[in-house]
Design a binder for this molecule. Sequence first.
Ligand code: ATP
Length: 599
Amino acid sequence: MNALRFGLAALPRRPLLALAAWSVPEALPSALLGVAVARAVDSGFLAGRPVVGLAWLGVLLLAAGVGAIGARQVFRRLGDVVEPFRDELVRRVVGGALRRAVAGQPDDGAVVRLTRQVEIVRDTYAGLIVVVRGFVVTVVGAAVGLMSVAPVIGLLILPPFVLGVAAFVATLGFAAERQRAAVRTDERLSATAGAVLAGVRDVVARGAEEHAAAMVAGPIREQAAAERALAGTAALRTLCFAVGGWLPLVVVLAAGPWLVRRGLTAGAIMGALTYVLFALQPALSRLMSGLGGSGLRFVVTLDRILTASTVVTASAPRPVAARGYDVVLRGVTFRYGPHAEPVLRDLDLILPEGDHLAIVGPSGIGKSTMASLVCGLLSPASGSILVGGAPAGVMPGTRVLIPQEAYVFAGTVRENLLYLRPGASTVEVEAAVEAVGASTLVDRLGGMEAPVRPDELSAGERQLIALARAYLSPAPLVVLDEATCHLDPAAERVAEEAFAAREGTLIVIAHRVTSAERARRILVLDGVSPDLGTHAALLSRNPLYRELHGLWHPGLIAGASPTPARPSPPVKPSALPGLPALRRAWPSDPADQGQPHAV
Ligand SMILES: Nc1ncnc2c1ncn2[C@@H]1O[C@H](COP(=O)(O)OP(=O)(O)OP(=O)(O)O)[C@@H](O)[C@H]1O
């Protein structure tokens, strides 16, 4: 085992020899324990000479004094063994973190390992040395004493004792594995729960409590199973203790009459029992709790430090690098429960970086669901969603989603605006406020340093602050999920045009037809066969779009676009490979020919 080898190799020779030398006097009480009791009984109390009996017990007291001096010296020298080990560990962690940083694999966990895990390993290492050394000292002393009192009893006691110890040692391997599994599940649970808690505002704002609960339910179940498995190893340990600690006692008691017939004295039998009860059994118990508790923590924690301090070689996979910020959906199917009808079925879509897409469709058709999928807040049941070549949501800071009910928090206006880009300059903040049309609101509130009281803002005002915050963010993908629904059409137009002019990709879940008209392309979701096209093309070919447009704009003539569409950004040829589902509807559409599209 990696950790054990490292622990053993790190033992410094000279301090270890000094430790071993001071262990000899410490072994004296264990060695004399049974001998003194046997003599006190046989030559003293049973022989009618209580003074001799007491004198033997006095010898035991003296031996305990000598043992205490030895133990004191052992503890004084423990630091000489443990501290070099700790220094070596710190060297490893710091060296590993620096090498990783140089190799382009920055190690954010190094500080935590340095402070917390190294201290855990140091403490458990010291604990292990104390426990294992104490066990060896006691058992050797007791075995020597036992053989000198009555070798035949020694031969009855030692085999079951050794069997119990061997069985316990044999369980250590899989106990360590179970401990590792428990640590892994614990970490998975903290990571998932941490992510959910960190996003609690978004979760509440999006009404995604059920989904968030489902996210943590799995890790909780896994952790419970791992803890139960760990408890199973504790039960096995009890069995080993019964064999090593109690069976020798039962054997000696059962063999008592036979031993007496062989001429063994009562003192010898009592002395032997004393060795079992006051030396071997406590030593085994300490060993089991020491190795089974801090020993496992030592191995598992040290393993993690050693693994994490290793520089990943050049052939190992590197994190996925963003290739632009194309949004690519392939065969995406999503349902809210294992037995629910899919909200989206086998959807393909390519959105080149810089595109401006509006998503329209009847209420409940899956527009917000699609926004959440693209942002990585939901995962598809099948298919893949890539943003910049990486699965949606894995690269933090690459997308910002503004829901219908935007949130602001108690703090200053500036704090609210800087939330997604803390390092932005005042000029940049003011430019963002101006661009989305929030200047009047900020002035009314009293400027950048004025306090924001969320309850005192209207829904539209909250949306304006959230829009300015999103505009300022460095995210190359912005998703507005009816994020302007509480603004009047003129204010909505200002905000949307600002986002359209901003660098990056824009997806708008359209609340008004004007949002769709402003977009370069529109995705119509109808629950059966999604359709993608320009406003003009969809008006001419898609009855649902015509119907929605009619509802929004009664009386308007199909095809007339009151607001000119944003000029199309250049579409990279690499982003245009054909994807079947939506394309089927496309080539037969004469009104749409010549338009760049990526579906
Ligand atoms: N958390 C959820 N659990 C179960 N079903 C959900 C959940 N969220 C949404 N749905 C269902 O999924 C379907 C799509 O919902 P979604 O909110 O994506 O539609 P939408 O097109 O955005 O609707 P709207 O325009 O009314 O906002 C609906 O039938 C809705 O009831």
